[in-house]
Design a protein around this ligand. Structure first.
Ligand SMILES: [Zn+2]
Length: 378
């Protein structure tokens, strides 16, 4: 048994109290009113962050195989991420399958290691538009029945980014949705009508819809052309990822999206290998990139993922005006709801003891993953 004392993130604000934990949350004792802003410098206790879109960090990348997965998972764990989905990048098909095998190996061994929980992989590409690659290598392929079969046979993919307009996308998405995979629309040039028809077909099959890094690698919202962004914001059920690093999305666009999506907006990192390594040359999907002042770009100037961590995303959301408990939901509960992880994402008795404590400036002080303390933080 372990106890944490401080300001506990509640659905409607922060409240003073104590959290009693084993590998799950045993009990919560609260005291005093629920407030937007804690009134003293005590620790802020939040549900551990959940990152559904993360390529790398600390020098490791999901495409490297098991060692890379462990490196990135460890790196982000120390920034408060207690659940993550290692994310592949568009590459020759055999490389993608090899990467998924590596992710699966670590997932199956994770019980014996101090790692964040890895429920599965996010397959970002290769089923995307060759005309909206963003920083993805030019290796997009169609989601043929054979490729979908190979994915389903591995049973490790839990989220797939897919462009609705490519040949076979709807059939592929329906098959994957029926296997419980979240269908995330992204890297696409579809118009709103195509998106709507795709969304309807996936939902009819019982699927759950997300949008991959809203605003990035997709057209904008216009009055006469709502595009992907309009289709997303107008949808009463869709979830959407956002990279809140200050480079990918203007903070005002973030606030506009939050006003529309509320608790269906999820902050993700899209972090790459170079995250945590400072400025300098690095690599993404086999391409040379450069990190300068916290911004990763291809030689063309295109943004190449981020060097964001979830704790920084949380600080950015608070900096632009969100109450801490709301920001905590965007970094944890929103993703848990989207991904069907009913045993985490909130601080409630019976849930996994995935917790992060932060100081008054929202810097990570300690991390618990399933009740186990991550040593050497803060
Ligand atoms: Zn990505």
């Amino acid at each position: 048994m372990n106890t944490l004392e401080g300001w506990i993130a509640r659905p409607d604000g922060m409240q003073r109290g104590t959290v009693h934990v084993s590998d799950h949350i045993e009990a919560i004792d609260v005291d005093g009113p629920i407030v937007d802003v804690p009134t003293d410098g005590g620790p802020r206790i939040l549900p551990g962050f959940i990152d559904p879109h993360v390529h790398g960090g600390g020098g490791g990348d999901a495409m490297d195989g098991p060692d890379g997965v462990r490196t990135l998972a460890n790196y982000h764990l120390r920034r408060g991420t207690t659940t993550l989905y290692p994310t592949t990048i568009t590459n020759p098909w055999r490389n993608v399958l090899t990467a998924l095998h590596g992710i699966n190996d670590v997932r199956q061994a994770q019980q014996n290691e101090l790692l964040p929980d890895l429920p599965g992989a996010h397959l970002e590409g290769p089923f995307i538009s060759p005309n909206r690659l963003g920083a993805q290598p030019d290796e997009a392929v169609l989601p043929t029945p054979e490729r979908v079969k190979a994915i389903l046979a591995m049973n490790v993919v839990r989220v797939v980014t897919i462009a609705p307009e490519i040949e076979g996308a709807t059939e592929a998405a329906i098959r994957m949705a029926k296997a419980g995979i979240r269908i995330s629309i992204g890297h696409t040039r579809a118009n709103a009508e195509t998106v709507q028809a795709f969304v309807d077909a996936v939902r009819e099959a019982g699927g759950t819809i997300g949008f991959t890094h809203l605003f990035n690698a997709m057209g904008g919202l216009g009055g006469r052309e709502p595009g992907i962004v309009g289709a997303c914001l107008a949808d009463p059920q869709a979830h959407a990822e956002m990279i809140l690093d200050g480079h990918h999305v203007h903070f005002t666009s973030f606030l506009a999206a939050h006003a529309a999506l509320q608790d269906r907006l999820l902050l993700v990192t899209d972090a790459i290998r170079a995250t945590g390594l400072g400025d300098g040359p690095s690599e993404l999907g086999g391409q040379a990139i450069e990190v300068l002042d916290g911004k990763a770009t291809l030689p063309s100037g295109t943004l190449a993922g981020s060097v964001l961590t979830m704790d920084q995303a949380l600080r950015n959301a608070v900096k632009v005006g969100l109450p801490l408990s709301t920001a905590a939901h965007l970094t944890s509960g929103a993703a848990a709801h989207y991904l069907g992880l009913n045993d985490r994402g909130r601080i409630e008795p019976g849930l996994r003891a995935d917790l992060v404590t932060l100081d008054a400036d929202l810097h990570v002080q300690s991390v618990l993953t399933a009740g186990r303390n991550v040593p050497g933080i803060g």
